[in-house]
Structures are given as structure tokens and as C-alpha cells.
Design a protein around this ligand. Structure first.
Ligand code: ATP
Length: 334
């Protein structure tokens, strides 16, 4: 079990309200990602759920039971931090066993759970090493192992991969997703990396200044962002947002078109501009295009290799079925 509900949960630090009253339900077994720019309150919200911060108002329930006033250890949740928080002088086995030892669990049960976690995390050959003899990715797996053996109702991850290099991040991302499928336990995961959010989440919660801007599946958010903030935040590279006469032509204050929904055409097209930067990746080509009537360069993602270079003229045709329209308040027009 691991259904978590937040009912008007609020957090103030002194006079500053970091999280205005907020409602959210995380269903049992769901993988939920909190995403948003730096300082939007992702970690604070996770720490409120964990019990590492006290709420200033509202109620937290775990599987229907009031948890707002429970200390962290009594909530049945396990938190995994970016900093690993391993004991350097203890072996991997002892690090993983630590919470079970503290709880006074019988040795044979401890051994069974360690063996199971080590198998799930490919750590069996490293159990007698110390953290200093492991790579960053292996250390993070030990930290996850220590969470698994507690058999928690939910795992809470606070930017667990941000200390790893890019290649390792991709590997660990997949390992955590696999682990979620194996364990089928609720996971709440904080990141500012929207690619992590898109690839791992069942449900993404987009936060801005402590407010929930939108909750939905990755594809819901990609296909129908509720406002210009979500439109600009989800998707990589970012959606192009155009205002002025171009938007007015479509009865909108702002229109959005994703880089992958602009076709490079030999002539004509809706927009004609000059290539600023061209990034040739082989699989894709990204162009940053200067269009005379626009303030900001437009980003274009062309599939495969397209042989245009800096200074060349480029003609672009938006795929009209993928145009997003927003009103003067930045809200999506249906
Ligand atoms: N202990 C504290 N005392 C005062 N203000 C705090 C405290 N902890 C966090 N804040 C403030 O609360 C806001 C939200 O912080 P939080 O760490 O939750 O953001 P975040 O979205 O996780 O950011 P990041 O992605 O940079 O880690 C920030 O403005 C931060 O300065």
C-alpha cells in the first residue's frame, strides 16, 4: 500500500509562504515526479511528506491514516537523497542493514532482505566493500538498497541522480524505472530535469512558486499544456512561443509550436529566416533561426541530417495540427 493524499497542505518559513495550500493525491503504486524551476518548492513538498519539515497547515494522509503529526520514522516511507548519506566506515552490507539493525530485526530476516535488494540492484559482488571503493552510481544503488530493505509504503527520491555524470544518469534512470516495475511500490521523485520527468513518470506534477500548474501524464502535458509556463517547461528543446501579429492571425495572444513540429521546406513556408546556429547531431539537426519580425530566435528540430549552415536562408512550415493557442492570461484556448 502507498496512497498519499495532501489536503490543503501549506508551508511557511517565518512570514514567507513557500507552499500555498495545495491538494494532491498520489495513488498506490504510482510513479509521480515533482518538476519545476529552482526554488519552486519541490524539495520542501517532498520533505513535508517525509515528515522532515512540519506543515504550517493542512493534512497529510498515508493509506487513509492521518500522518501529519507522525515523526518521519513512523510514516513507513523511505527517502533517498542526492548526497547518498552512506556511512564511510561501514561495508555496503552494513550500510544496507543499518535501518533493520536499528529496528531490531532478526538476523536471518536481515540477511534475506539484503540478498534480495543486492540482487535487484546488482550489488551482490560489492557487499563487503566500503562506499569509498565504489563508483557514484554504485553508491547511489547502496542508498536505494538501504531504502528497499525497509519495505516502505513509498519511496521518496530527492534529485537522486544530480551528482552523476550524464551517461550514468541515463543508466540509473532506467534502473530506477525497472525497480519501480519490479517492486510496484509508490515512488515520488523530485527533479528539475524535465527529461527525467518525461521518461520516468506515470504522473508529472509541474510546480511554480509552490503552486501546482498542471498534473498529468507526460504525454498529456506534452500534447495539451494548460498554460504557457507548462508549455515552455515540458519538452526539449523548449516550445517556441510567438506573440504579436503572428498570434493574432490565429485569434490568440500567444501561439506555441514545438521545434519538432516545424518542417523545413525548399521554398515558401510560413516563416522565412536566416540560420543562426546549426547543431548537427547526425540523428537530428537543430537550427536556431532569426526571423525578421520576431524578437527571439526560433528553434527547429529537423530529423536526420539537413545540410543548411550558419547564414543560410531557411523556409519553415508549421504542422498546423500541432499549433497551441493561449489567451492573454497565458491559458490554453481549447
Ligand atoms: N529552511 C528554510 N528556511 C527558509 N526558506 C527556505 C528553507 N528551505 C527552503 N526555503 C525556501 O523555500 C523555497 C523552496 O525551496 P525548495 O528547496 O523546496 O525548492 P526546490 O524547488 O527544491 O529548488 P531546487 O531545485 O533549487 O532544489 C525557496 O525559495 C527556498 O529558499
Amino acid at each position: 500500500m502507498g496512497r498519499i493524499t495532501l489536503d490543503k497542505v501549506q508551508k511557511k518559513f517565518g512570514d514567507v509562504e513557500v507552499i500555498p495550500p495545495l491538494d494532491l493525491t498520489v495513488e498506490d503504486g504510482e510513479f509521480v515526479v515533482f518538476v519545476g524551476p529552482s526554488g519552486c518548492g519541490k524539495s520542501t513538498l517532498l520533505r513535508l511528506i517525509a515528515g522532515l519539515e512540519d506543515v504550517s497547515g493542512g493534512e497529510i494522509r498515508i493509506d487513509g491514516n492521518p500522518a501529519t503529526d507522525l515523526p518521519p520514522a513512523k510514516r513507513g516511507l523511505a527517502m533517498v537523497f542526492q548526497s547518498y548519506a552512506l556511512y564511510p566506515h561501514m561495508s555496503v552490507r552494513k550500510n544496507i542493514a543499518f535501518p533493520m539493525k536499528m529496528a531490531g530485526m532478526p538476523q536471518d530476516e536481515q540477511d534475506r532482505r539484503i540478498a534480495k535488494a543486492a540482487t535487484a540492484l546488482n550489488l551482490t559482488d560489492y557487499l563487503d566493500r566500503r562506499p569509498g571503493q565504489l563508483s557514484g552510481g554504485q553508491r547511489q544503488r547502496v542508498a536505494i538498497g538501504r531504502a528497499i530493505v525497509r519495505e516502505p509504503a513509498a519511496f521518496l527520491f530527492d534529485e537522486p541522480l544530480s551528482n552523476l555524470d550524464a551517461a550514468l544518469r541515463v543508466g540509473m534512470r532506467m534502473e530506477i524505472s525497472e525497480l519501480h516495475k519490479t517492486l510496484a511500490t509508490t515512488m515520488i521523485y523530485v527533479t528539475h530535469d524535465q527529461v527525467e520527468a518525461m521518461t520516468m513518470a506515470d504522473k508529472i506534477v509541474v510546480l511554480r512558486a509552490g503552486h501546482i500548474e498542471q498534473v498529468g501524464s507526460p504525454l498529456d502535458l506534452y500534447k495539451a499544456p494548460r498554460n504557457t509556463f507548462v508549455a515552455g517547461f515540458i519538452g526539449s528543446p523548449k516550445m517556441n512561443l510567438l506573440t504579436g501579429a503572428t498570434a493574432q492571425k490565429h485569434d490568440a495572444a500567444t501561439i506555441g509550436i514545438r521545434p519538432e513540429h516545424l518542417d523545413v521546406v525548399p521554398e515558401g513556408g510560413t516563416f522565412t529566416g536566416r540560420v543562426g546556429v546549426a547543431e548537427h547531431l547526425g540523428s537530428d539537426t537543430f537550427f536556431h533561426v532569426h526571423i525578421p519580425e520576431m524578437d527571439e530566435p526560433m528553434t527547429v528540430r529537423a530529423g536526420g541530417e539537413v545540410g543548411l549552415k550558419h547564414g543560410d536562408t531557411i523556409h519553415l512550415k508549421p504542422q498546423m495540427q500541432h499549433l497551441h493557442r493561449f489567451d492573454a492570461q497565458g491559458l490554453r484556448i481549447a
